[in-house]
Design a protein around this ligand. Structure first.
Ligand SMILES: NC(=O)c1ccc[n+]([C@@H]2O[C@H](COP(=O)([O-])OP(=O)(O)OC[C@H]3O[C@@H](n4cnc5c(N)ncnc54)[C@H](OP(=O)(O)O)[C@@H]3O)[C@@H](O)[C@H]2O)c1
Length: 234
């Protein structure tokens, strides 16, 4: 049984991961932007929020965290025709939540794992990190590609410290985020691009996170697992 800090646990993939990890007997310290319902609140767009979250989670855990799952994320659109301030602000917010806060949590986790018998990191990236995304989401694809590259770097640099790092790259997944996106991109027409014929269920991504957080063999460290119905095969 592991003690797991899971960000973005209130909805979608994070809520499904919380359920899967808890059902497997793990102790999950969950987080959301607003908190409540047993989750620690931290707005990861704010400077210092990741460090405060880590400290709150360490206190809640009694001083030992075994696994960090960076799942919190936002998917907000900005068009190149929008004004420069809006473009820069959306980039800054997307990178802060989707990449920088995850990096800050990874840093604190690696420092903790190095002196506490090792640990695992699971970063929830996206198919967009490999394939790119819509014209309104340059920032999102860039952040997720950064998350994948960072995960590989942590795996290579800290395997000797007992730190394992994995990424998950979901394609469309049925959550609030995916429903909005599917509707905005033409719904069923978009499904024609997915050989499996449907988007992933949040529970499928959650099961992948659960496996990486606990059962995946150590030699898998550094890997990114695609979960996209063969819509993008590398
Ligand atoms: N759904 C997809 O199709 C899909 C595909 C590829 C990758 N992903 C990735 O999978 C992860 C989960 O996606 P999802 O679809 O399950 O998302 P979701 O349903 O929109 O939930 C997002 C989660 O992130 C938290 N969050 C949002 N903004 C935050 C902020 N500023 N500070 C702290 N936490 C914040 C939310 O907390 P609150 O409830 O408090 O707002 C919520 O728990 C994300 O990293 C996403 O990029 C999703």
């Amino acid at each position: 049984m592991a003690t797991i800090l899971l960000t973005g646990a209130s909805r979608g993939i994070g809520a499904a991961a919380h359920a899967a990890l808890t059902a497997a007997g793990h102790r999950v310290i969950g987080h959301s932007s607003r908190g409540g319902g047993g989750l620690i609140g931290a707005d990861l767009a704010e400077p210092g929020a990741a460090a405060a979250l880590w400290q709150a989670a360490l206190t809640a855990s009694g001083g030992q965290i075994d696994v960090l799952v960076n799942n919190a994320g936002v998917f907000e659109a900005v068009d190149i025709a929008d004004d420069a301030e809006a473009f820069a602000a959306t980039w800054a917010r997307s990178l802060a939540i989707n990449l920088t806060s995850a990096a800050e949590l990874c840093r604190l986790a690696v420092l903790h794992f190095r002196t506490n018998g090792g640990g695992r990191i699971v970063n929830v990236a996206s198919r967009a990190g490999h394939r790119g995304d819509s014209p309104q989401h340059w920032h999102y694809a860039a952040a997720k590609a950064g998350l994948i590259a960072m995960t590989k770097t942590i795996a290579r640099g800290h395997a000797g410290d007992g730190v394992l790092a994995f990424a998950v790259a979901p394609g469309f997944t049925m959550t609030g985020m995916a429903e909005e996106y599917l509707a905005s991109r033409g719904g069923d027409k978009l499904l024609a691009d997915i050989p499996l014929g449907r988007v992933a269920a949040a529970e499928e991504v959650a099961e992948t996170i659960r496996w990486l957080a606990s059962d995946a063999p150590a030699s898998l460290t550094g890997a990114t697992l695609d979960i996209n119905g063969a819509s993008y095969v590398r």
